[in-house]
Ligand binder design. Structure first.
Ligand SMILES: C[S@@+](CC[C@H](N)C(=O)[O-])C[C@H]1O[C@@H](n2cnc3c(N)ncnc32)[C@H](O)[C@@H]1O
Length: 227
């Protein structure tokens, strides 16, 4: 399995398993330790800009409670934490324990109060009406058909009334570098964020308040509001 397939969880079986031969002494695999650098290379050094563009779509306010589901190494959430401030709450969840471990390390280094946990989008371990804003970036294309249906019900359940769901994923219609990477044959089709994702949002009871090309043109976004 190549590096890109590992990053995108292709054919790994249970998401929390990993090859011990690729693990360094602290238990975090090589590809997770270098995930941020790899993504930054793939995006031509624009990772921070993409995160800021995504955050500006969300209209976060100081004091908000925010969840990043499929948070990876936590980079977006730590930026979000700067906006929600000390009165707010920033929580990251990811199904891959090594990602969560790496996110915790990163948070520790920056003296962040954000918390991270291992969980899947179709079973979010928080009560109803907990979050003002939920982000899901570059993770939708990982999900199986049955997870997709359950995911939107869960996201609706944990959002507060009028809470917003911001989903960002690859826009394959633009035939960009991301869709030509190995392990991405499953996303080489139409702009699924603006079609499939918005449809699923509506089925789950969200009002789609905005959708379109992300300022980073390789991506699309959709924003749903819980009624
Ligand atoms: C391509 S990475 C994106 C990470 C981060 N959101 C970003 O934008 O850089 C996809 C992440 O989604 C996580 N993931 C995949 N399936 C998931 C699921 N069912 N529930 C939660 N996280 C999942 C993976 O472990 C991985 O960290």
């Amino acid at each position: 399995m190549n590096l890109i397939q590992r990053i995108h969880g292709q054919g790994q079986g249970p998401a929390h398993t990993h090859d011990e031969s690729e693990t360094h002494s602290h238990g975090v695999p090589f590809w997770v330790r270098h995930y941020d650098m790899i993504v930054n290379l793939i995006t031509f050094g624009r990772t921070k800009t993409i995160h800021r563009e995504t955050l500006s779509l969300a209209g976060l306010r100081p004091g908000d409670t925010v969840l990043d589901i499929g948070c990876g190494t936590g980079a977006l959430l730590l930026e979000a934490e700067n906006t929600v401030g000390p009165e707010g709450t920033a929580i990251g969840l990811d199904v891959e324990p090594a990602m969560v471990e790496q996110a915790r390390r990163r948070a520790g280094k920056s003296h962040s109060r954000a918390t991270f946990g291992v969980a899947s989008i179709d079973q979010i371990p928080y009560p109803d009406d907990t979050f003002d804003v939920v982000f899901s970036t570059l993770m939708y294309h990982h999900l199986t058909e049955s997870q997709k249906g359950a995911a939107f019900s869960e996201l609706s359940r944990v959002l507060r009334p009028n809470g917003r769901l911001i989903m960002v994923d690859i826009n394959p219609a633009r035939r960009n570098i991301l869709t030509s990477l190995p392990g991405h044959s499953q996303v080489e089709r139409e702009d699924y964020v603006r079609s499939e994702v918005t449809e699923r949002m509506q089925i789950a009871g969200f009002t789609v308040v905005e959708e379109g090309a992300h300022p980073s043109k390789q991506l699309s976004y959709a924003i749903g509001q819980k009624v």
